[in-house]
Design a protein around this ligand. Structure first.
Ligand SMILES: NC(=O)C1=CN([C@@H]2O[C@H](COP(=O)(O)OP(=O)(O)OC[C@H]3O[C@@H](n4cnc5c(N)ncnc54)[C@H](O)[C@@H]3O)[C@@H](O)[C@H]2O)C=CC1
Ligand SMILES: O=C(O)C1=NCCCC1
Length: 325
């Protein structure tokens, strides 16, 4: 009898992500993933639940995806919005990466790192269709786990020479800048969003703010707005005026139309109609729809996250790990 191979799942944790992430390659893999019709993604479970020791609900997300005959996976993540006070990122969780043929577990991945890398790369993928090609400045709003990754991802696809970082404390904004050494751009911590926002080409916002930090009255022709936070219907990072002035794009219609106040609130109050939304990443990546169509257009991209991104990124990091072993 032939004994079955010993299948020991690989454990992919933080240091492996750090040394193995080439954002340009991951962005390209995501682009191919969004244009691969065989990948199937059921609607994710999004459960808000009380967190009695805190004054805010937490959220549990269960996110499966499968590419028949190839691979499959499921992410289990929680969002605990008060984690900042314990010096922890809001997002915690794990990813189980599977062989779709025999069903064995190929890897267990730390989902905090997986999520930051794939979310930042997804924003940059969107920016590759939506920001002006000559974009040379970026304002990063937020100083959490995503901030540094978003800066790396955005600067990998546009000729950015100036980065500005805003956080609720200047110390945290400065800490993000201090962690970016030997880069081809300057990084400056700032104390006022209003003072800088009208002067940059790309604005990326990744916070837990329940109310807008970006106001349409500040936006200027040609800018690209990347909204990453606001993962619940009662949260938003930009106001109605931002929607009115912009061409609106989503990561996916599946989650984007349902989960975030940045889209749900303007849909409910009549500021936005579903038919006004220009495209999602499936349509941009398979060429069915166009991204930016003029130098003057303001583009508004809202992501809530999608399990296809996790599956593609898990495959990317698994292959990096195996080939560098
Ligand atoms: N669209 C997507 O695919 C994903 C979205 N997210 C969301 O992105 C956001 C940022 O994620 P991480 O950086 O991982 O979180 P984190 O917990 O590491 O950092 C949160 C950041 O938000 C700031 N913040 C909290 N309350 C704020 C307020 N009222 N006003 C301004 N800033 C505030 C904190 O100071 C910190 O800079 C979260 O809302 C998270 O749920 C996270 C992963 C994927
Ligand atoms: O992993 C994702 O996708 C998430 N989306 C929204 C909030 C936290 C994680």
């Amino acid at each position: 009898a032939v004994s079955p191979p010993l299948l020991i799942p690989v454990d992919i944790h933080f240091p492996l992500y750090k040394s193995n992430c080439n954002f340009k390659q991951l962005i390209e893999s995501l682009k191919e993933g969004f244009a691969t019709p065989s990948i199937q993604v059921p609607m994710r479970h999004h459960h808000d639940y009380p967190n009695p020791p805190e004054d805010k609900d937490s959220t549990l997300l269960l996110m499966p995806a499968f590419n028949p005959g190839v691979d499959a996976g499921v992410k289990i993540v929680t969002v605990s919005p008060n984690n900042g006070k314990y010096n922890l990122p809001a997002i915690q969780g794990t990813y189980i990466y599977l062989d779709a043929h025999k069903g064995n577990i190929k890897a267990i991945l730390d989902a905090k790192s997986l999520t930051t890398k794939r979310t930042a790369s997804t924003s940059a993928l969107a920016s590759s269709f939506l920001s002006r090609e000559d974009s040379s400045s970026l304002l990063m709003i937020g100083t959490g786990a995503l901030a540094k990754n978003l800066i790396h991802a955005h600067t990998s696809i546009r000729p950015i020479t100036k980065v500005y970082v805003w956080g609720r404390t200047i110390e945290k904004a400065q800490a993000v800048c201090d962690s970016l050494t030997n880069e081809s751009y300057s990084c400056t911590a700032i104390t006022s969003i209003e003072d800088k926002i009208s002067k940059v080409d790309i604005i990326s916002c990744a916070t837990l703010s329940p109310t807008p930090l970006v106001f349409g009255k500040w936006l200027k022709e040609g800018q690209h707005l990347d909204l990453v936070g606001a993962y619940k219907k009662d949260m938003r990072e930009a106001d109605d005026d931002a929607i009115i002035k912009s061409s609106v794009f989503l990561d996916t219609y599946q989650g984007g139309l349902k989960e975030s106040g940045d889209i749900v609130i303007p849909l409910n109050n009549g500021t936005l109609k579903v038919e006004d939304i220009k495209a999602d990443l499936f349509e941009l990546c398979n060429g069915a729809k166009k991204g930016r169509t003029s130098e003057k257009e303001i583009t508004y991209f809202k992501s809530v996250g999608h399990a296809l991104e996790d599956l593609v990124a898990a495959s990317y990091f698994y292959n990096e790990f195996i080939s560098n072993k």
